[in-house]
Design a protein around this ligand. Structure first.
Ligand SMILES: [Zn+2]
Ligand SMILES: [Zn+2]
Length: 425
């Protein structure tokens, strides 16, 4: 493995409170030194004018394999991750079969190794077959490498099962990640319940469906001492409950997606199914609350909920089209354009939510450029202006609401374990 010297970049590493221009040396797959001087054998990467960050981590990705290879494969999803600047992803268990056995965890690890793109961490099921009835063999899943459990795609609706999941996961110090939705409140829902859904005559998904579940989960985490991670927060009500819980010392973390801090339910006026996701796009007040929660640390993580669907599925009418959009290849541009550029977050805070914070939630030794750490590095061109062209996506699916958007900020180089895995031509 050659030594790589990343020269003259602005290194921003929130894990070390570092923000300075320096030369970073990568050797034997590890971060070797700062302020290094080049030797003749070094592979030099000129990072002048660029930001050198710990490799980005997306802790909420649907890779679809096994079972839905028409939407995405592990090889294509991880290629999309690299193009988006991510050196690590955590994949969700709503595959077919679901990730509720050691064999399926190992299958994913094997496919990820074959693809040889980014690191793939596995989030396994809370319940057997994701049915919400019986706990999965969590001990065995952790032994196989699972870093968290979730029944995402669906909530853990049974409160007793959720309580036992918290208690059981305490033994392994892993989080239970929940898709917070009270299903009784969201039947036939297509979009956020509000004025726009009334005007359009579309079934509503009330914010309360999320708020009630977040409140339940926080109460159960508090009662058991368990670790709760709330996926894709979209409502102002959730942010308030999470903020208060954190102040009391409840072990709760939360994530928000780029679409939830960027778009509103007004977008559904186009009847374009690429604006249909669950939780749904909500009103501007909810968007503002999510941004405020990102600012004050109530929301720890930015994750994409990358949810690829083949064209023929998403092309159906709004009522029948599946929920979800792809996100890996637009996330960084949206973070820069919608959060950093307008001054909502500074670079260090934004990058923390894409690096060290998700690493801590998952308990993985990533998200840092400390000397001795794995050399996962993302070099970002903060000035790059580009247009979202779904036809150029590495993902197998192109279901994005951001086609044609002009964004600023893009990954230039991604290094994984000391090897350059992606370089924008
Ligand atoms: Zn979900
Ligand atoms: Zn999801």
């Amino acid at each position: 493995m050659p030594r790589i010297l990343i020269q003259n970049g602005r290194v921003i590493d929130p894990s070390q409170a570092m923000d300075r221009v320096t030369n970073l040396l990568v050797e034997d797959g590890k971060i070797a030194a700062y302020d290094a001087t080049p030797t003749e054998q070094d592979e030099i990467i000129d990072a002048a004018g660029k930001i050198v960050a710990p490799g980005l981590i997306d802790m909420h990705v649907h890779l679809r394999e096994p079972g839905r290879e028409e939407d995405e494969r592990i090889a294509t999803g991880t290629a999309a991750a690299l193009a988006g600047g991510f050196s690590s992803v955590a994949c969700c268990p709503n595959t077919d079969p679901p990730i509720d056995s050691q064999g399926t965890v190992e299958f994913i690890q094997h496919q990820a190794a074959l693809a040889d793109n980014c690191n793939v961490f596995v989030i396994a099921c809370v319940s057997k077959n994701r049915e919400g009835k019986e706990l999965a063999e969590i001990g065995q899943l952790v032994e196989a490498g699972a870093v968290a459990v979730s029944d995402d795609g669906a909530p853990v609706f049974d409160a007793e099962l959720m309580r036992r999941a918290f208690e059981y996961c305490l033994m392994f110090d892993i989080p239970v990640a929940n898709h917070a939705e009270i299903l009784e409140l969201t039947k036939h829902g297509v979009m956020h319940e509000g004025t726009t859904s009334l005007v359009l005559g579309l079934g509503g998904i009330p914010a309360a469906a999320e708020d009630v579940m977040v409140s339940r989960d926080i109460a159960l985490a508090e009662a058991t001492g368990g670790r709760l991670h709330i996926m894709h927060v979209s409502s102002g009500g959730s942010t308030h409950v999470i903020r208060r819980a954190k102040r009391r010392g409840v072990r709760v973390t939360a994530e928000v997606t780029p679409h939830h801090f960027t778009l509103t339910d007004e977008c559904l006026r186009t009847f374009d199914s690429n604006f249909k996701m669950n939780p749904p796009l909500r009103g501007q007040g909810h968007v503002d609350a999510c941004i405020e929660a990102l600012q004050d640390g109530t929301i720890d993580v930015i994750a994409t909920d990358h949810a690829p669907h083949a064209k023929e599925k998403k092309m159906q009418e709004l009522d029948r089209a599946p929920f979800g959009i792809v996100g890996l290849e637009t996330a960084l541009g949206l973070v820069v354009t919608r959060l950093v550029e307008p001054g909502h977050l500074d670079w260090s805070t934004a990058l923390a939510k894409l690096t060290i914070n998700p690493a801590r939630v998952l308990g993985i030794p990533k998200g840092t450029l400390a000397v001795g750490a794995d050399a996962d590095v993302t070099i970002i061109d903060p000035e790059a202006r580009w247009t979202v062209e779904p036809a150029e996506f590495r993902s197998k699916s192109t279901n994005t609401p951001f086609a044609g958007w002009e964004l600023k900020g893009r990954a230039a180089v991604v290094i994984v374990g000391g090897r350059v895995k992606f370089k924008r031509g």
